[in-house]
Design a protein around this ligand. Structure first.
Ligand code: ADP
Ligand code: MG
Length: 245
């Protein structure tokens, strides 16, 4: 269904020592698509994300971004990390830098933008995630939901081709989950290509083009949310859904 593939994994295998964590993964994410990845703890979801921006190496198979194999090292690798932004469960903001500085720093370093240009772009993005009034605060002065929105603005500031989210709301109090999901919904509507590991099934239903269910290092199902939620094919997915819903 993905007519214009942006991220392509072909027969990807990944081991940690003897532990086979990704098994013959074939997955294509089309430009503008939102793919939600779900599955039990330890099924390889985080590892999958980490291999796509090459925080982890793979032992066999190929991963392509926009038709090109992932770069191995050096400047090209830093470029890849900018093109495939990642948002983690822990926000990883610099505690002693302001919100504005947090969003501007990598733009200056990786994109070689001058500070005024970087700051201008940062303010645009802070506005977009609803934090225009918080630019001069330190992360600790913000709620968890606000900090995660700063992390999203920071990833967007690199003008990424795609964003990977690894359980972006799992560390948040329930009342803050919605504000982060709403920002992600808006990004999806704006056409951002996104891979989202999440337990938020409401988000999967409303924003995902496809749901990928992983278990034991394999992609067990890869279907539309309508099909997946109304009629999961595998026993493992049925079992997983009965526990989570
Ligand atoms: P998930 O995100 O679905 O919970 P992970 O990708 O984190 O799963 O982990 C998949 C498997 O790989 C698990 O068995 C986990 O214990 C193992 N694993 C993850 N990271 C490492 C690592 N750095 N070294 C060794 N084993 C790891
Ligand atoms: Mg994980």
């Amino acid at each position: 269904m993905a007519v214009d593939p942006l991220i392509e994994l072909h027969d990807v295998n990944k081991y940690y020592g003897d532990l086979h964590v990704l098994k013959d993964i074939n997955l294509t994410v089309g430009r503008g698509e939102v793919v939600v990845v779900i599955g039990p703890s330890g099924s390889g979801k985080s590892t999958l994300c980490r291999t796509v921006n090459r925080l982890e190496t793979i032992q066999s198979g190929t991963i392509r971004l926009d038709g090109q194999p992932l770069p191995e090292e050096g400047k090209a690798l830093a470029g890849l990390r900018a093109e495939v932004g990642m948002v983690f469960q822990a926000f990883n903001l610099f505690a002693h830098k302001t919100v504005l500085q947090n969003v501007s720093l990598a733009q200056m370093k990786v994109r070689s933008r001058k500070r005024p240009d970087a700051d201008r772009r940062s303010r645009e993005l802070l506005e977009r995630v609803g934090l225009a009034d918080h630019a001069d605060k330190l992360p600790a002065q913000l709620s968890g939901g606000q900090q995660q929105r700063v992390a999203i603005a920071r990833a967007l500031a690199m003008d990424p081709k795609a964003l990977l989210f690894d359980e972006p709301t799992s560390a948040l109090d329930p009342e803050m989950i919605t504000e982060v999901l709403e920002v992600m919904q808006q990004l999806a509507r704006d056409g951002m290509t996104m891979v989202v590991v999440t337990h938020e099934m409401g988000f999967a239903r409303s924003a995902a083009n496809r749901v990928v269910f992983m278990d034991g290092g394999r992609v067990v199902e890869d279907r539309t949310p309508e099909d997946f939620f109304s009629d999961p094919e595998s026993e493992r997915a049925k079992d997983f859904l009965s526990k989570i819903l």
